[in-house]
Design a protein around this ligand. Structure first.
Ligand SMILES: *Cc1c(COP(=O)(O)O)cnc(C)c1O
Length: 385
């Protein structure tokens, strides 16, 4: 069994996939081009925004958004403490200050109360300019974007939605990818919509930004590639990956997303009350990038993980280290320490010691789902003795 079985997905999609791959190779056009444009239009339509701009990775997508907003030195960017490092890394790359915000103990997403406190603190300290909020749709569940957007508006900040894990989820009928001023996603193979390598995309309704992003991803091109009007980068999607994503999107829309939701429900029905299961509040839907349970303490978590391993059930700790404890973040924060009193994120620290992600993908069989549940139940009762 695998946490996310990409080989099994390929086997299921093989006939369509092989045709798509070969025709992309035969086309003789390998970077951007019509296949990529068609994919961008399809994804914009699916998400429900005017513009989709593909690029080379989810990390680049975040970096490009901060570039187009000219976020840099002296700017405060509010980011969750419990996330994948890329969310914070892009802020540091720009020379801006990531202000870490604790997460909600029920949803694991950015805690709006703590966000308000952190914004106030930055304003009182007065040496950084609140510029942007990056909200992450962690494990597939959209962040509390309605309340977070209100904070962004109130303080004149940009709102960036990191939907690397959220693609396919929704909030009050709006899809993830449409919830920020700019939203980004990743096509890393293990994400809800993954390709066969690195890839990413940005979504926005703002035409000016969309045009600037298309320029930035291609060396700041003006009217053509050899007319450069801004300093950009090389971050484009391959035609091959776009061809892969067309086939994967068909599968995603025709059952994969529904199926991961059914599996999540089976897990929750069986485990609710014994461990903290993922919560999907009313009005939200998740794309289940991960199904992550929370144990009583670190000892119970580590014991269960070992037990699962003995049963042949893989599990992973997402994430073992909170952002405020990452050496790269600590080094950066101490350099600008005069502007940054220590931010405490106790919930995030606690989650790193107690969470565990179980196998989750649309090609798990009923038998495998039962096996995971049985192993977790047996592991828990062993640890309760
Ligand atoms: C995976 C991920 C990214 C980065 O995406 P890549 O395509 O791997 O660069 C950014 N943010 C979050 C929350 C992610 O999970």
């Amino acid at each position: 069994m695998q946490l996310r079985d990409l080989k099994r997905q390929y086997e299921a999609l093989k006939p369509e996939m092989d045709v798509a791959l070969l025709s992309a190779v035969a086309s003789g056009n390998y970077i951007l081009g019509t296949v990529v444009e068609e994919l961008e239009q399809r994804l914009a339509g699916y998400v429900g925004v005017q513009h989709c701009i593909s690029c080379a990775s989810g990390t680049d997508a975040l970096a490009l958004a901060l570039m187009v907003w000219d976020v840099g030195e002296g700017d405060a960017v509010f980011v969750p403490d419990f996330t994948f490092f890329a969310t914070v890394e892009v802020v540091l790359q720009r020379g801006a200050m990531p202000v870490l915000v604790d997460v909600n103990p029920a949803t694991y997403n950015m805690d709006v109360q703590h966000l308000k406190q952190q914004i106030e603190r930055v304003q009182e300290e007065g040496c950084l300019r609140p510029r942007a909020i990056i909200a992450v749709d962690l494990f597939g569940l959209p962040a509390d974007m309605v309340a977070i957007r209100q904070q962004a508006r109130q303080h004149g900040m940009y709102l960036l939605e990191d939907a690397a894990q959220g693609f396919g989820g929704s909030l009050q009928g709006q899809r993830a990818g449409a919830l920020g001023d700019i939203s980004t996603t990743s096509f890393f193979p293990a994400k809800p919509l993954g390709c066969y390598g690195d890839g990413g995309a940005l979504f926005t309704d703002n035409k000016e930004w969309a045009d600037a992003l298309r320029s930035l991803r291609l060396h700041g091109k003006g009217s053509d590639k050899y007319h450069n009007v801004r300093v950009g980068t090389n971050s484009r999607l391959d035609a091959l990956q776009a061809a892969v994503l067309q086939v994967k999107m068909d599968a995603f829309e025709n059952g994969e997303l529904r199926h991961v939701n059914e599996i999540a429900q089976q897990y929750t029905d069986a485990l609710q009350g014994l461990v903290q299961c993922p919560q999907v509040p009313t009005g939200y839907s998740s794309s289940w990038a991960q199904y992550t349970i929370r144990l009583r303490n670190k000892e119970q978590r580590d014991t269960l993980q070992q037990y699962l391993q003995q049963c042949g059930v893989p599990s992973v700790v997402y994430y073992p280290v909170p952002m405020h404890e990452q050496p790269a973040v600590q080094a950066a924060l101490s350099e600008i320490s005069s502007c940054q009193s220590k931010s405490l994120c106790p919930v995030s620290a606690e989650l790193c010691g107690t969470v565990l992600s179980l196998p989750m993908h649309p090609y798990l069989t009923d038998e495998e789902v039962r096996q995971v549940i049985q192993a977790v139940l047996a592991g828990l009762s062993a640890s309760n003795k």
